[in-house]
Design a protein around this ligand. Structure first.
Ligand code: HEC
Ligand code: HEC
Length: 243
C-alpha cells in the first residue's frame, strides 16, 4: 500500500477536509491539493482518522482501516441520510455521491490498520467479569445474545457488513451504544444493535466499552471472510448468504 506523504494534522489536510465538507473538493482551489486518485482524495479523512487507524489524540475517532467495505459504506450513507449524527461527518459526506462513498469504503477496507497501541487500562474485576459474560455468553434473562455470536469469536467482525470491535476507543464504543439506545444512531431495520443496546444498563455499557478498549488486537485483525450463518437475531444491515 503506498504510504502517504502527509502528516495527520498538516495544513493541507485540514484545508482539503474543509473544502470537501463545503462540497468544493474538486473546484479550482483544490488544485493546490491534487485530488486525482482515491489515495489523494481521502487525505482529508486522515486529518481525524489518522494514518494507521485510530487517532489516539482524541480517543474518540474510530478506526476505518481494514473494516468490511459494506459496513463502512452503510455508515457513510447513514451520516448522509440522517440515520447517524455527527456534525463533522455529516458535512464530510453531504455532497458526496453513493458511488464515490462506495469507492472510499472499498479503499479503506483494503488498508491494513495497526490498532495495537490503542489498548487502554482494563476496568475493575467486577466490571470485567460482567463484560466477559456479555461478550461470550450474553445475558439470556434479558434476551441479550453474546457479542461474539455476530461479531465473531475473535471480535474482528465478518464480511461484508459486520464491523470488528477491537481497537475502538472506549469513549467511542460507549457513545455508539448510548446513541443506539437514544435513537441518535440507527441501522437498517430490524436494527439488532438498537434492540441490544436498549436491553443493557448504563453500567453494562461502561463495562463493555472498557473491556473492548483494553483488549489487545490480534496480529491478524481481518474480519471473517464470510457472513456468519446462524445469527441469534435478525439485523437489517447484514446481507445473509443465499441459502
Ligand atoms: C473532523 C474530523 C473528521 C474528519 C475530517 C472525518 N471524520 Fe469520519 N468520523 C469522525 C468522528 C468523530 C466519527 C465518529 C462519529 C460518531 O460518533 O458517529 C467518525 C466516523 C466515521 C465513520 C464510521 C466508522 C464506524 O466504525 O462506524 C466512517 C465510515 C467515517 N468516519 C469515514 C470518514 C471518511 C471517509 C472521511 C473523509 C471523507 C472522514 N470520515 C473524515 C471524524 C472525522
Ligand atoms: C445479532 C447480531 C449482533 C449481536 C449479538 C451484537 N452485535 Fe454489535 N453490531 C451488529 C451489526 C450488524 C453491527 C453494524 C450495524 C450498522 O451497520 O450500523 C454492529 C455494530 C456494533 C458496534 C458499532 C461499531 C462501530 O465501529 O461503530 C458496536 C460498538 C457493537 N456492535 C457492539 C456490540 C456489543 C458490545 C455486543 C454484545 C453486547 C454486540 N454488539 C452484539 C450485530 C450484532
Amino acid at each position: 500500500m503506498p504510504r502517504s506523504r502527509f502528516r495527520p494534522w498538516s495544513p493541507g489536510r485540514l484545508l482539503s477536509a474543509l473544502l470537501l465538507g463545503l462540497g468544493i473538493g474538486t473546484a479550482s482551489l483544490a488544485d493546490e491539493i491534487s485530488m486525482d486518485t482515491t489515495e489523494q482524495r481521502i487525505q482529508p479523512c486522515l486529518a481525524c482518522h489518522a494514518e494507521k487507524g485510530i487517532n489516539l489524540q482524541s480517543g474518540f475517532v474510530p478506526s476505518l482501516h481494514g473494516k468490511p467495505a459494506g459496513y463502512l459504506f452503510n455508515q457513510l450513507m447513514n451520516y448522509k441520510d440522517g440515520r447517524r449524527h455527527h456534525r463533522g461527518m455529516e458535512l464530510m459526506v453531504r455532497n458526496l455521491s453513493p458511488e464515490y462513498l462506495q469507492e472510499i469504503a472499498e479503499y479503506f477496507a483494503a488498508l491494513e490498520g495497526d490498532y495495537r497501541a490503542a489498548a487502554s487500562e482494563p476496568a475493575s474485576a467486577t466490571l470485567r467479569e460482567r463484560a466477559d459474560e456479555l461478550i461470550t455468553r450474553g445475558d439470556p434473562a434479558r434476551d441479550v445474545p453474546a457479542c461474539i455470536a455476530c461479531h465473531g469469536e475473535r471480535l474482528t467482525g465478518a464480511e461484508p457488513h459486520t464491523p470488528g470491535l477491537l481497537g475502538l476507543p472506549s469513549h467511542y464504543v460507549a457513545a455508539q451504544m448510548t446513541a443506539w439506545r437514544s435513537g441518535r444512531r440507527e441501522a437498517a431495520e430490524p436494527d439488532c444493535m438498537q434492540a441490544i443496546a436498549e436491553r443493557l444498563s448504563s453500567e453494562d455499557i461502561y463495562a463493555l466499552s472498557r473491556w473492548i478498549a483494553a483488549r489487545p488486537v490480534p496480529d491478524d485483525p481481518q474480519p471473517l471472510a464470510e457472513p456468519i450463518a446462524d445469527l441469534p437475531m435478525d439485523c437489517g444491515s447484514i446481507a445473509m448468504p443465499e441459502s
